[in-house]
Design a protein. Sequence first.
Length: 483
Amino acid sequence: MAEFTFVHAADLHLDAPFRGVSDMLLASAGGRSRASERLARLLREGTFIALQRLTDLCLRERADFLLLAGDVYNSADSSLRARLALRDAFVRLEAGGVRVLLAHGNHDPLSEATSAIPWPGNVTVFGRRPETHPVTRRGYTLALVHGVSHVGPRESKNLAKLFKRSPALAAGGEALQIGLLHCALTDMSGAHAPYAPCTFGDLLEADMDYWALGHVHACHVLERGGGTLPGYFTDAGREAPLARPFAAYPGSLQGLHVNETGPHGCLRLKADGRGGLKAEAVPLAPVQWESLRLEVPQDVSDIPALEALLLERLAGLSPRRAEAFGGNGPESEAEPAGTREQAEHDAPRRYPPEAVIVRLALAGRSGLDHELRAGGAAQALSEHLNAELESAGLWLRDVIVDTRPLADIEASRERPDLAGETLRRAFSLQNDPQALAQVAEQSLAPLFQRPKLRKLLSLPDDEELPRLAEEAALLCLDLLEGE
């Protein structure tokens, strides 16, 4: 085996909109300041910036090939802009001598609609049946890449069972054998639909050295036995030597909503020429989502003090702190030439996020509970904080108030008045799922009787109902105590 480098990416979802960005956030990005305009641009261009960074990485690392494991587009009817951007990236890679091997997934199944723009000669697209393509360098076979594409948006077959290791090459000895597949691995797909379902055992049966997977939007690296490397993606800059065989989801190139938190990017892999592989997660996403839950201290008794505390805590998430992501992104401050050259020699270029969007949840017993739960208070707090945070590249998506009053709830429940009876009734419902579901159904019936609303709404599930009952009880207590 020879030494070589390749890059594994998946789930680019080019031209996909960012989901769940509130009207308030969009309003703040409407041109009020340079920072707001920058956020608006990032929300429009995020997936394309991530693609450019991926291309730059492949060229700078002199990667021999790039593996794309499906969902490069966000839908089968991909936008012309997305296809042109991908073609331009492929042309740049061709000029740099980088081969591209692409397997389509459920969002971008094989379709005649995508054939109007031909790919350059360095691109290999896997078809509806399993194929094997060698990747060579100066006549030497570095790897055999096995792959297959989805032909429809809801692939139900176990495509992993169609893969099989090729015999050793007649000349040049053994080559690294890679499976390229967009699939839902059992117990790993989470909220993602179970398309092309398979097990880790199915992957092992095919006897690949490495499985380059797509579909799951968080980074997971699985070794023999199905174990994962916890926190792998957050340790940017760490190369992990992995024993073959292993499989990996690199995660999506750019997180698209608040549940896709943390760094997103690709995996860079190096074959050491002795059968070993080292993998490194490389963050590329220009927009990063974070979720922060803060217990409000009881001694914080006014809103200005709370804001000061929140600004202090949120400052740690600022993308201006580029060192947290490995340094020297394209817009970071200039460095001495020798330092920069050494950094470029030692590790792949890091791209810190240009914006971090945060969901903030406030919890704990607080004397500010009543103030925070007042109508419009959470939005007002969010807007006021955003005015301070945007210069640091931070924006609050929303503020969720999950605090409780300072009052002793247990003692209040024993009171012989309306407040006590309200709390006792709520506590009783929380411990009787059947009665709670019945009350919820009766209370929400007027909404579900309206045809238009019925299409948009769904009844709260068994986990949501007790929380809603508690919130309703605390709201009633606030109103009664306020009187």
